[in-house]
Design a protein around this ligand. Sequence first.
Ligand code: ADP
Length: 687
Amino acid sequence: MSPAPVRAPSRLDPRTRDRRRPWLWALLVLLLAVAQTLLVLMTQAYEDSRRQQHTHEQSAEVAARVHQLSNRDVQALQGLLWTTTDRRRWRDEAVEQLRRFRSLLRVESRDADSRLQEAVSSPYRAPVFLDEQRGQFQADTDLACAAALRRQGNPQYSRSYFVPRGDGEGGEVVDVCQARMEGGVVRSYLVATLSLAALLDEALTPEQAHGYEFSFVDGDGSRLARAGLVRGRGVYRSERLIELPGLSLMLRVDSSAGPPGLIPSLSTALVLGLSLALLAVVVLLARDGRRRALAERRLAQSLAFRQAMENSLMAGLRARDMDGNITYVNKAFCAIVGYEPRELLGQDKPPYWPPEFVETYRQRLRERNALVAENERRGLGESESWRSFETVYLRASGERFPVMIYEAPLRDADGSQTGWMSAVLDITEQQRMEEFSRAQADRLQASARLAAVGEMASLISHEINQPLAAIASYAAAARNLLADGHEDAQSQEMLRRTAERIAEQAERAGRVIKSVHDFVRRRERAHEIVPAAELIEAVLPLVRMQARKGGIRISVEVPDPSPAVHCDRTLVEQVLLNLARNAIQAMEGGTPPGQRQLVLGVSMATPRWVVFTVTDSGPGIPPEVGRKLFTPFFTTRTEGMGLGLSLCRTVVEQHGGAMDFRSHDLGQASGCEFRFTLPATTGGNAP
Ligand code: ADP
């Protein structure tokens, strides 16, 4: 337990903190969403540029290859240029070349005037055109040959042109013309026709054919020839110019790949996955934060509640560690002893201990600690209930005062004892009140008893009058006997009997006085176990004395064996005496002499309670009197004080019992019954 008031850990006002928290979380989520979107976009852009780059690379690669293939074809045909004399051999070699290179469709030999000498077509395809059709497509070829001538016989390409086939299809072809020069004069020409589609097809690797569409396009963008196993999507394109002697070809590469999707690649999937994981962590953190904030708020509330409770307590609270050092005091405690908390905290010999008791108090703490240690060693554990004891403290003003201390072990979260917690009550006022009310009750009882005695004085004088009258007459008789001088044996005997009578009467008078004396003087207050019959017997002589005057019959109804009660016998006897006296007075006032009867009874109500009854045959109690019966100083008698019944009830209630009455008026038989209970001793009967 901390002595100082607990503060919230943050310097911010908790309400401001609570208001800001949702905004902070919203900002965090927003930042995460932006970062995630940017990441995805960047990954997409990267993927996009990578695909475009790849397409460029493909176009460069294929263009170089087309270049290379066309050079190869031209070089392969060089041999044929010089094999002009032997026509048969020329044809064989030409067929051989057409077989080797699939892009070659036709090879023809021409004389110096460009007239067709010999022509061979590829054995793999239908002939491009019949020899007789050749004239239609001759113009570009002738231009190429003229250019070849100009360039000293070096190969020269014609413009590409479309050759339709009979089936409606056709293909774009290009001619390459080489001239054989001898001594600066042209001797012959060699013209080869190449299929652009086949050339392109040959230039592709299988991977390229599966991923891209390749085509040659002319200036206006229309396609001349295409190759590749897929269609381009028109998203990633690359165009490259292939320069051949006399011919420029535009190669276009079109990737079959479309734009990257939301999850275009593993890297984006990873980024997305990580972002989602991050988001999940943030959500979990937010939930955890919310729970924590809730717990914090509850803690703060319970701390405030505890603080308010401690401050409002009237009882002083004090905590001590096992060495007796004070670790906590509340406001009420400081108010009781008159010291400030700083004067008390950490003290093992607090200033409110009277110097003469310091050692006693320390010893008491040592004993309690030893008991706890012993119990723990034996595995019994300390009882958690508060133990109470009364002791004396010293106020800062120097005044000594009594306190009641309730002490219980103080345990930490693990359940091990860390010290003692005490509730301290200043009982000065309580003791003063108790003393005062005790003195009041004593005074009240004394005056009630004296009042009762006063009332009885006339009765006593009546009682004592009888023996005194008897003594006087016996004494007169004795004096006469002596005066007459009778000295015979008979007279002696009479004298002796007269003296005995005098002694008896004197004893009787003495008994009357003693019983009154006993009643008035008996003051001891001890509770004891008394058989109920004994209580009745004790008051019976006095009751009889009062009853005799009014001719009242008395009967006693006590079970045999008599139950025993635990009580202050003097007080209970007085209760019985009061009730009996009230009954007698009531009957004397309103009951014909023959019908006056008083019954003193005892019975067991339950095994725990013994009931005493005092029943009379008086006039009973009217309801308006009954309502005020137990009010002090209420009386209907001119010489009464009205204290008897209220005193009786107080006595009975002090014993833990209860008192009531029943009034009855049944035709001729009226009367009243007062009953009260007293705690029975175990077993209910007298030992
Ligand atoms: P006191 O005897 O001095 O009047 P009590 O407190 O003993 O004071 O009695 C109060 C009143 O209760 C009596 O004045 C009487 O009127 C009434 N009372 C008490 N006991 C009986 C009884 N047995 N029968 C009828 N009235 C009774």
